[in-house]
Design a protein around this ligand. Structure first.
Ligand SMILES: [Zn+2]
Length: 246
């Protein structure tokens, strides 16, 4: 089993927006999230072409051509049609912008989150609805912690949004790897009691409960590598595609 880390863009605060690919021993390709909408790539190129790039620290995310999930997959010899399962951690703009490319895959989402986004409980989910709500997509809705395939577990970590999910991957050499996604965006937010709450976190009590849950999981499973959702400093220390963790 292999785990690839993709850089799918940069948030307005200069942090990476990642996606992940798990390749199982029996040849399944499991993608986790699809990054910012590809339309933003055009905007970024257009801005840089006229020398009007936003200054660092401004609120505008950046997506280069290489960051686009289609190009990240192509760089390791894959296309969207090769993805069997697409784990959708949640439907924010930096995670669900290109779901519509994955019509050959089965999309796996928490039932609670899918219902919340469909019910439009917050305008943020409407931003990428054309992508995640594409009529050709096939969703499998799951309830809570779920073993997706042997060695890949979905962990229910609501709070950031209802029905957010993190992912635990058991790799043969690296051991258990936890992808916290946005339940814990940065290493500095690992402590459930003292961590900061972000402007996009919808439920503070839920965020603290999920942070505590993940701490318990890290201890219980002996997780050796924790990959945080949007941590610029940690990102620099990680292996990025085409390199991978085995
Ligand atoms: Zn995010």
């Amino acid at each position: 089993m292999r785990l690839y880390l993709f850089h799918l863009g940069q948030t307005g605060s200069g942090s990476p927006a990642p996606g992940y690919l798990i390749q199982t021993d029996d040849g399944q390709n499991i993608l986790i999230d699809t990054g910012y909408p590809r339309a933003m790539m055009t905007l970024a190129s257009a801005r840089s072409a006229v020398g009007a790039e936003p200054p660092p620290g401004s609120a505008a995310p950046r997506v280069t051509e290489a960051d686009f999930i289609g190009n990240r997959l192509a760089a390791i010899g894959l296309s969207p049609a090769d993805i069997h399962l697409l784990v959708s951690t949640h439907l924010d703009v930096d995670h669900a912008g290109n779901h519509d490319l994955f019509t050959a895959a089965e999309l796996v989402i928490q039932r609670e989150h899918y219902a919340a986004a469909l019910a439009n409980i917050h305008p943020r989910f409407a931003q990428t609805r054309a992508a995640w709500g594409h009529p050709a997509l096939r969703y499998r809705q799951v309830d809570g912690d779920t073993v997706l395939v042997p060695g890949v577990e979905l962990i229910a970590t609501g709070g950031h949004v209802p029905g957010h999910q993190s992912v635990l991957v058991r790799l043969p050499e690296t051991g258990p790897v936890l992808l916290t996604i946005d339940a814990i965006p940065r290493a500095a937010q690992l402590d459930p009691d003292t961590r900061t709450i972000g402007p996009f976190d919808m439920d503070e009590a839920g965020v603290r409960a999920s942070t505590r849950r993940l701490n318990e999981l890290i201890a219980r499973e002996g997780v050796r590598l924790v990959i945080f959702g949007h941590d610029a400093e940690r990102w620099e220390t990680l292996r990025h595609a085409p390199e991978y963790y085995a």
